[in-house]
Design a protein around this ligand. Structure first.
Ligand SMILES: Cc1cc2nc3c(=O)[nH]c(=O)nc-3n(C[C@H](O)[C@H](O)[C@H](O)COP(=O)(O)O)c2cc1C
Length: 190
């Protein structure tokens, strides 16, 4: 069983978190460990609806409160296949870049960095100031992957769901959980 941690911070893009949760839940050999920041709860409710957190939590094997820094995913001894933070706010990015570990989401991310495991950050803000960019450089130097949730227009998406699914699948594919990618591969025919 491969354990994957999904952190949901309070940036725009709650639908991406929901789709990542759904896709991971559908993988037979994957166990989802979920942590949602306080601001993440708010953006989930604002962008999807009041029952969004409950729906997302149903995809997870474990859903931890963001203030509980004593749970399994707060320790490097708890083996995982990686962590995705989707969406990742500039506040959580800054906390991760500086090793602040001020809540369970940023602590779990810190654990992934120190254990040299995969950490995929779907960092979302626009426009970006120099501090945001510097934090992105810092986490990249420490081994994380910055993967802004931007649409792949060359795919000619027809719906927002198409865009969200492609971003979610590409983020999961970064973890190399399976041989076949979840995202549809480009066939080279432009
Ligand atoms: C509706 C809404 C949308 C937001 N979108 C973003 C965003 O796209 N990027 C960002 O960095 N912060 C965004 N914020 C602000 C963050 O939620 C805020 O900085 C918060 O402190 C982040 O905390 P967290 O990193 O613990 O989740 C948004 C807030 C709200 C209420």
């Amino acid at each position: 069983m491969k354990r994957v941690v999904l952190g949901v911070a309070g940036a725009s893009g709650a639908a991406i978190a929901m789709r990542i949760g759904e896709l991971l839940c559908g993988l037979p050999d994957v166990e989802l460990h979920l942590v949602v920041s306080e601001a993440g709860k708010r953006t989930l409710a604002h962008e999807i609806g009041p029952d969004a957190l409950d729906k997302l939590a149903k995809f997870a094997r474990h859903h931890y409160p963001a203030n509980d820094i004593g749970v399994t995913i707060a320790s490097g001894s708890f083996k995982t296949a990686g962590m995705i933070v989707a969406p990742c706010s500039m506040r959580s990015l800054a906390a991760i870049a500086t090793g602040l570990s001020d809540n369970l989401l940023t602590r779990a991310a810190d654990v992934h960095l120190k254990e040299r495991r995969k950490l995929i950050l779907l960092a979302r803000e626009t426009p970006l100031h120099l501090g945001h960019l510097r934090n992105m450089v810092s986490v990249t130097e420490m081994g994380a992957t910055i993967m802004p949730p931007v649409p792949a227009f060359y795919r000619r998406p027809k719906t927002i769901a198409d865009i969200v699914t492609h971003i979610a699948a590409r983020a999961i594919d970064q973890l190399d959980l399976r041989q076949a990618p979840l995202a549809v591969e480009w066939d080279g025919n432009a």
